[in-house]
Design a protein around this ligand. Structure first.
Ligand code: H79
Length: 592
């Protein structure tokens, strides 16, 4: 297998998207905030089982995991006759769920086209007894029901075409001519997709692992030539997309800059697997939608219909539950902008629209809820579910630090799970304190995007990744530094949190030095505990306790984190990770 050991940036747009021409073409996508992903293909037939054995990993990777020869895998097509396929119902489900767009797999890595293609007979119309084009159904229903139609297309990995990437069991890599694959398959199939189905909102390219910058650029040009308004996902590679994507199922530590989209699963697989019954709860999904929206990311949530075309019942139930929540609270999601604060709050999240701030409470706050750091004057406060009852509030300044404090009296408001939304109208444009602030619950959380990256050498090698995690932290010279405001002095327990993709190795065992308020703490990062929370499902938040720090009085301090000894194991370098320290956050909690 041609696995190069260079860490690949599968996602990021190197230049901020806002500098691109045609930025307004993203407006529909930005307003939607929430979309439906559909993974459907031949892999729904084995559904995660091959020769009687359960195959680990995501369902659509079965051919690769089992190194199934093309000739064998292709025979699945003869069994594809989905009697329960109902495109109208699926588009209706997307609408009911409050989703504004839909992205369907027109060709996944297995190379099988799920639409009528005259470029290659390996497609759903010519190769199956169904002889039917489900993409045409979806296109028609999307038009009828007002959902933006988008196409997933695997432009790099193709395990069916002899020149496509990563099938080395049928086709030796040394014979491959990627340009021929692009010319014979990718470009002509994109022409079909962009000329036979009306306007296409976006081509969702995926997994750029082998194509060169020139090849990716040629694909992008081809799309824009055929449909100038069609967006190109960040996984076209080489920073050439119209927006950025983090890893699959990734939840960022804080607000992102520019346009992002997290694609995510309802259970653990994308393509249907009959034994994957680990469904995320509706409450988790709603919380995730709020979290991503507050951070400036879209949420592209997946269903994997089975071989008969049926959407698994647990998926339908969950999407409907999200829709029910959005029918009350959609104003706080659709068409909103991210939080004015770069960090999370212990009590929930904030989204904005014009001069309205939406506070999403994950739990009932204390009767006199407080928010630190909002400089703008508040005009009124009301719950979304009961817009006519106004709550009383006051705005003061904390003694000593001059931090603005907003206090709201929520007497009489019923808080419901998973989130209750309160609309805070501002009298003027939003302005907030830029520093890390101690929260009313006395905790402090330091996230990478709020740190200054510095170095004792000439130029830092470490970078803050667009996803909010550190990149290339592989030396003892670079550091992260925060300035922050303490409102309630005292003694605090210090926890450093690092992370990794759950199937890949964790880069740990590094000795870190943390200095603040005249004290220095030193520890080796160790997996002492995993913080509970949604982020830990796919990116475990690994906590190491560093001891205690004291802040004797209210005021502004600084804190620096630097590596003293590194443990750069070779095995930590993978296709997607540089093997360095993946810093997530530092947490300070009041010590007893
Ligand atoms: O379409 C879905 C996935 O099939 C696709 N992206 C979402 C939207 C995708 N998942 N993973 N990847 C692409 C990249 C896979 C990476 C691998 Fe591996 C990790 C290849 C080698 C290491 C997993 C482990 C597969 C083989 C070994």
């Amino acid at each position: 297998m041609a696995l190069s050991m260079r860490a690949v940036d599968i996602s990021a747009v190197k230049r901020p998207t806002r500098r691109r021409r045609g930025r307004d073409e993203l407006a529909w996508w930005r307003d939607a905030r929430f979309g439906l992903f559909i993974h459907w293909g031949l892999y729904a037939i084995p559904a995660g089982v091959w020769r009687g054995k359960r195959v680990p990993y995501i369902g659509e990777w079965l051919m690769f995991r089992e190194k199934i020869p093309v000739a064998t895998y292709a025979k699945l097509a003869a069994q594809f006759h989905p009697r329960h396929w109902d495109a109208a119902a699926i588009v209706r489900l997307a609408r009911e769920a409050g989703m504004g767009y839909l992205v369907v797999t027109t060709k996944h890595h297995d190379g099988f086209a799920m639409y009528r293609s005259s470029v290659c007979p390996y497609n759903v119309v010519d190769a199956t007894p169904w002889h039917h084009d489900p993409i045409a159904d979806l296109a028609r229903e999307c038009r009828r029901q007002g959902v933006k139609l988008c196409f997933y297309y695997s432009q790099d990995l193709d395990w069916h075409h002899p020149d496509g990437a990563w099938n080395t069991w049928d086709y030796p890599p040394e014979n491959k001519k990627p340009d021929r694959y692009l010319r014979e398959k990718v470009l002509p199939q994109l022409t079909e997709l962009l000329t036979h189905y009306g306007p296409v909102g976006m081509i969702w390219f995926d997994t750029p692992l082998t194509l060169t910058r020139e090849q990716s650029a040629a694909i992008r040009r081809h799309v824009k030539r055929l449909q100038p308004h069609c967006l190109v996902s960040g996984r076209i590679g080489h920073g050439l997309g119209d927006y950025s994507l983090p890893r699959d199922n990734f939840l960022p530590p804080g607000r992102l800059e520019g346009d992002w989209e997290t694609c995510a699963t309802l259970n653990h697989t994308w393509g249907f697997k009959k034994h994957d019954h680990e469904w995320k709860s509706a409450a988790n999904l709603i919380t995730t939608l709020i979290d991503l929206t507050s951070k400036g990311s879209n949420y592209l949530l997946n269903i994997g219909p089975d071989a008969d075309g049926r959407v698994p019942a647990p998926s339908v139930q969950r999407l409907r539950a999200i829709g029910a929540w959005l029918r009350v609270n959609g104003a706080a999601i659709h068409g909103t902008s991210p939080s004015p604060f770069r960090h999370d709050f212990p009590w929930g999240r904030i989204t904005t629209k014009g001069r309205t701030l939406y506070f999403h409470f994950f739990a009932k706050p204390s009767r006199h809820f407080q928010l630190h750091g909002l400089r703008s004057r508040v005009a009124s406060v009301a719950a979304l579910a009961r817009p006519h009852k106004n709550f009383s509030f006051s705005q003061t300044t904390a003694a000593g630090t001059r931090t603005p404090v907003l206090t709201i009296d929520f007497t009489g408001l019923r808080f419901t799970k998973p989130a209750t939304v309160v609309a805070v109208q501002l009298a003027k444009a939003t302005a907030v304190e830029p520093l890390t602030l101690q929260q009313p619950d006395r905790t402090l959380t330091f996230i990478g995007p709020m740190a200054r990256v510095g170095t004792n050498a000439k130029k830092p090698e470490m970078r803050m990744g667009g996803n909010g995690l550190t990149e290339n932290w592989r030396n003892t010279r670079d550091w992260l530094e925060w300035r922050f405001t303490v409102l309630h002095p005292g003694k605090f327990d210090v926890t450093v949190v690092t992370t990794h993709q759950h199937l890949e190795p964790w880069s740990g065992g590094h000795t870190l030095r943390l200095s603040s308020a005249g004290r220095t703490l030193r520890r080796k990062t160790a997996r002492e505990s995993i913080l509970p929370g949604l982020r830990s499902t796919y990116f475990p938040q690994i906590a190491t306790h560093f001891g205690q720090l004291s802040f004797p009085r209210a005021g502004t301090y600084s804190l620096r984190l630097q590596a003293e000894g590194l443990n750069l194991a070779k095995k930590n370098k993978t296709l997607f990770s540089d093997g360095g320290i993946q810093f997530s956050e530092i947490r300070l909690t009041p010590a007893e």
